[in-house]
Design a protein around this ligand. Sequence first.
Ligand SMILES: [Zn+2]
Length: 211
Amino acid sequence: MLINKIYKKILLFLFPKKCIGCGLSDFWICEKCIKNLPKIYSTPEDFIHPIFNYRDKNVKKIIWFLKFNKKHSVLEDLENEIIKEFDFFLEKNKIKKNDFVLIPIPITKRSLNKRGYNQSEFIAKTLNQDLVNSNILYKKTNHISQNKIKNKNERKNNIKNSFEVKNKNKIKNKVLILIDDVTTTGATILEARKILKNAGAKKVYGFTLAH
Ligand SMILES: [Zn+2]
């Protein structure tokens, strides 16, 4: 633990935190710049709730930090905003607080080994650590990464049958909320939703950082 802390301090010394919007020290994104991030209210499907507009360059940077740059502590800066949006989403869909399971969209074992973490799991834990279950949904095939395909139908076919559900007893008649970093066409969440519903889930929603 101590070594971890020292390591973190060294990293911060070498690569100091600076707001991606205005350059303010000690933040990846400061409160003022978070307020300027554009929200998005049109969704690929009505059961998917994204927060920010992925076309914005700072939103893109945040996702990149989270996914590829191991700077997932950017979520600490965004925590209040994400939770506020999540509460709004729960209210809008009349989902009772604490009466749901948060399921991170899984990544393949190969990606997990390479990256060392699943960014969607970090987002889910930011929302409510106690309600996250990462042992339900698994990605079983090493298909082509969705972000390498642009066409909507091709994306749909690419993701087909790539998920597997385990511990079905934990989701029977439950409300599930799938968590992902970005939704583009909605194909990934749609496919996961289908398999989880077939496995006995009552309702399945999607909540993502960006679209
Ligand atoms: Zn700023």
